[in-house]
Write a protein that binds this ligand. Structure first.
Ligand SMILES: [Ca+2]
Ligand SMILES: [Ca+2]
Ligand SMILES: [Ca+2]
Length: 276
């Protein structure tokens, strides 16, 4: 009898879906935009939505992209980019966060502020003319919302282009699920001085990404032409691509847990009430 229960338990274990995410990685690196364009196109095809952008960086309702190039001068270097620009000014369902002091989009040519954050011998664009970086930190997070709202959302795919990755294992993307567990992590490929690195992944078994963390090399940009330290590899970013953020729907099991939690809270309140 005990053996039969144990066998049933084992069978149930094997019937459970694999807990770890399945992601298909898309990555390439090279010295020019042309070197990574075919990988970018493969990622676009995998996520869907075609190659022609509609309003607010929407591709066919299936994918969003941010190339930074349409950000106005008034919100570009030396002026900070608001963290919620791409959910308020141009609603694309993402809000940024960083332990640093903010975000900067590089200046266009012909203005008082030098282009490419003042490092024209290190950076180039994938999409001209603007690049993007966190300020005073090499770490930033992307949080997802139903575009134009504060309703939390998740995505199923994300990719970014890093600029000037010269040292291995210092630049990476990480995906977190709704329980704040890492479900995907990948180092960007080294592209050499002024090179471009494409790195991204697409969920292939229904996994949902709640947060993306981007780590851009070991150095930081403080302001135009000024680094956090003179020696380490500085890395910035260009295009972000991601599947349309969709509002999170709690699973039945989560709802049951929530109900249990409420019952627990009520019981706790009643006990507290009695003890007063
Ligand atoms: Ca460099
Ligand atoms: Ca750009
Ligand atoms: Ca570098």
């Amino acid at each position: 009898m005990k053996l039969r229960i144990f066998s049933a338990f084992l069978a149930a274990l094997f019937l459970l879906p694999t807990a770890w995410a399945g992601f298909v990685t898309y990555e390439s690196a090279g010295s020019s935009p042309a070197a990574i364009t075919s990988m970018r196109d493969d990622f676009r095809t995998a996520v869907g939505g075609g190659a022609v952008a509609g309003p607010n960086g929407s591709f066919g309702g299936l994918r969003r992209e941010i190339n930074w190039d349409g950000v106005p001068d008034a919100l570009s270097d030396p002026n900070a980019l608001p963290a919620n620009f791409f959910n308020v000014n141009s609603p694309r369902g993402v809000v940024f966060n960083t332990p640093g002091t903010g975000f900067l989009v590089s200046a266009n040519a012909g203005l008082a502020t030098p282009t490419l954050f003042g490092f024209s011998n290190d950076f180039q664009t994938f999409s001209a003319q603007r690049l993007f970086t966190a300020v005073g930190s090499n770490i930033m997070d992307v949080l997802f919302f139903a575009p134009g709202t504060m309703t939390a959302a998740t995505t199923s795919a994300f990719a970014a282009i890093f600029v000037d990755v010269e040292v291995a294992a210092q630049t990476k993307i990480e995906f977190f699920d709704e329980n704040n567990s890492v479900i995907f992590s990948r180092d960007a490929l080294v592209a050499g001085n002024q090179g471009l690195s494409f790195v991204g992944a697409v969920a292939n078994a229904g996994e949902r990404i709640s947060r993306v963390r981007l780590t851009s090399g070991p150095n930081t940009l403080i302001s135009n032409g000024v680094l956090g330290n003179p020696n380490d590899d500085i890395v910035v970013m260009d295009d972000f691509l991601y599947a349309e953020p969709l509002q999170s729907v709690p699973e039945p099991s989560s709802l049951a847990l929530l109900a249990l939690g409420l019952v627990g809270c009520l019981a706790g309140l009643r006990r507290r009430h009695h003890s007063i």
